[in-house]
Ligand binder design. Structure first.
Ligand code: ZN
Length: 153
């Protein structure tokens, strides 16, 4: 459905928020099912400390973002950037265009969740690259394309 007026746009936005949340929860369940025994209490808390926003404003070149939350006061943080992840804020662009948007939307939510998962499992060391091997493993685990290309329109 192509939204034609603001009322329809709001309805679509609401649907996509619900959809985003269900994809996120599905992914979190999958992670817990497989990694439960390997997670420390802090990692477990961080895993569930994730919010997802579906934004109406269209950011340039971004379908989604995952912002890490961490404690900058942690000792040695400045030198090593080896922070412990506290949680993440995920933002998804609501407008994926009309062509096969559902696939794109799902893939984008899982792509950003893979960033969160990677941060939980591996921490925020400088050695862990944004779309490096650790992230790719998370992306493959969650079943999204292990590519960074979807950050661009
Ligand atoms: Zn990414």
């Amino acid at each position: 459905m192509t939204p034609r007026n603001s009322e329809q746009k709001l309805a679509v936005l609401k649907d996509r928020k619900v959809l985003a949340l269900s994809i996120l929860e599905e992914g979190l369940d999958l992670i817990v099912l497989h990694f439960d025994n390997q997670l420390s209490d802090a990692q477990y808390d961080a895993l569930w400390n994730v919010t997802i926003q579906v934004s109406r404003s269209r950011a340039k070149n971004n379908l989604g973002r995952c912002k890490y939350l961490y404690d900058k006061q942690e000792p040695g943080a400045r030198e090593k950037r080896n922070w412990t992840l506290l949680g993440s804020k995920i933002n998804i662009d609501w407008d994926m265009g009309n062509h096969s948007w559902e696939e794109e939307f799902r893939d984008t939510v899982l792509h950003e969740l893979a960033h969160h998962m990677c941060g939980v499992l591996h921490g925020l060391s400088r050695d862990i690259k944004g779309h490096g091997i650790e992230w790719k493993q998370c992306a493959e685990f969650l079943g999204c394309r292990p590519q960074s290309i979807q950050h661009r329109r």
